[in-house]
Write a protein that binds this ligand. Structure first.
Ligand code: GAL
Length: 342
């Protein structure tokens, strides 16, 4: 398998999504709109650049997305030390997380649209995690302008799992401007505050009367540079919201909209949390798509996932996986380009 091979999904409306075997990274997502075709995800022109970047651009993150305090978890009375790739903590599956792996890809039949299956075997002990973990992800593009990511995993020893997809969206087309003129709506009354080291404190706090209240659609610029300590100390937004509804059925988590292109992106999920990260750590150097360097705030990552550090916070929704069980979560992106916000 050529390392740089690009896999393509196309639908009847001319939407096209491309991805790599490396981390399942989504490298382009082209949506027809009133002025032409807009690529709504941040990235690079050349597949080779995805092998060297460190921002998880478009990647599947696992085994455990987000931060785990001190990289330590206790499973049924046994403590496991995971790799501490953001010392002393563990982030997005460790040094060689799922975003760095070459997944096995094959096209599969689906009644919903065009689909590919992505498979990965992670051996017992990898990055410190117990259990041989078999992960199967299906990417499907439907003719109703939906992109569905179906996530499944099974294990042979008790373990933890939390998978997400890490695209940075810019609905104006990547490169030209930052995302501050985007409208954002999040279906969540609460968020999880962070300590100084970006670890969840265990609290679930109300968004009421804070710049984190996106229950009604609001311009990102209204909150992005706020003095609110949970924003200011992170140099932008980098927090997890506790979604109001989560179950085995998909429910709407978040909506992003650009007035300029008229593109609206809805994300539906079965997962309990949504990490919003506004890309403040992009280094502002190197060549992104069409030669634009990837500047801070050039895209916003909207990652549906479990609540961060849940293995160490028993009152957060469970993220343990046992032999005989199937981890199964879904993310559905629904996009419109008719100019309407809702
Ligand atoms: C996000 C995370 C950020 C940062 C980023 C990758 O998911 O919330 O803190 O680590 O990934 O640069």
């Amino acid at each position: 398998m050529a390392k740089n091979k690009i896999y393509k999904l196309i639908n009847l409306h001319g939407v096209q999504i491309e991805f790599l075997a490396l981390g399942g990274k989504i490298i382009s997502w082209k949506v027809p709109e009133k002025n032409g075709i807009t690529d709504i995800v941040v990235g690079y022109d050349h597949p080779a650049d995805y092998f060297t970047e460190d921002e998880y651009v478009g990647a599947l993150c696992g085994r455990y997305a987000n931060r785990i305090k001190n990289g330590r978890v206790n499973i049924d009375g046994k403590t496991f030390q995971l790799s501490q790739n953001t010392p002393p903590h563990h982030l997005h599956g460790g040094n060689e997380g799922f975003h760095k792996k070459l997944w096995k890809i094959k096209p599969v039949e689906s009644s919903e649209g065009q689909s590919f299956e992505l498979r990965l075997f992670s051996p017992d002990g990898e990055e410190g995690y117990p259990g041989n973990l078999k992960t199967t992800v299906i990417y499907t593009l439907t003719d109703n302008n939906e992109f569905i990511i179906d996530l499944k995993a099974v294990t042979d020893k008790p373990t933890i799992v939390n998978l997400t997809s890490h695209s940075y969206f810019n609905l104006n087309g990547t490169g030209k401007e930052d995302v501050s003129d985007h409208f954002l709506q999040i279906f969540a009354d609460r968020y999880t505050p962070l300590d100084k080291e970006s670890i969840t404190t265990g609290e679930m706090a109300s968004v009421e009367n804070t710049p984190l209240d996106f229950r009604q659609p609001k311009l990102l610029s209204e909150s992005l540079h706020s003095d609110f300590p949970q924003i200011k100390s992170k140099g932008g937004i980098d927090l997890n919201w506790v979604l109001n509804r989560y179950s085995h059925e998909l429910s709407k988590a978040v909506v992003l909209h650009s007035k300029q292109t008229g593109i609206t992106l809805e994300i539906w999920t079965t997962q309990p949390g949504l990490q919003v990260y506004t890309g403040q750590h992009f280094p502002g150097k190197g060549k992104g798509k069409s030669g634009y360097s990837l500047q801070p705030f050039c895209g916003v990552a909207l990652e549906t996932q479990g609540i961060p550090d849940a293995p160490n916070k028993p009152h957060f929704p469970n993220s343990f996986l046992y032999p005989g069980e199937v981890y199964h979560q879904k993310i559905m992106y629904k996009f419109y380009s008719d100019g309407k916000l809702f």
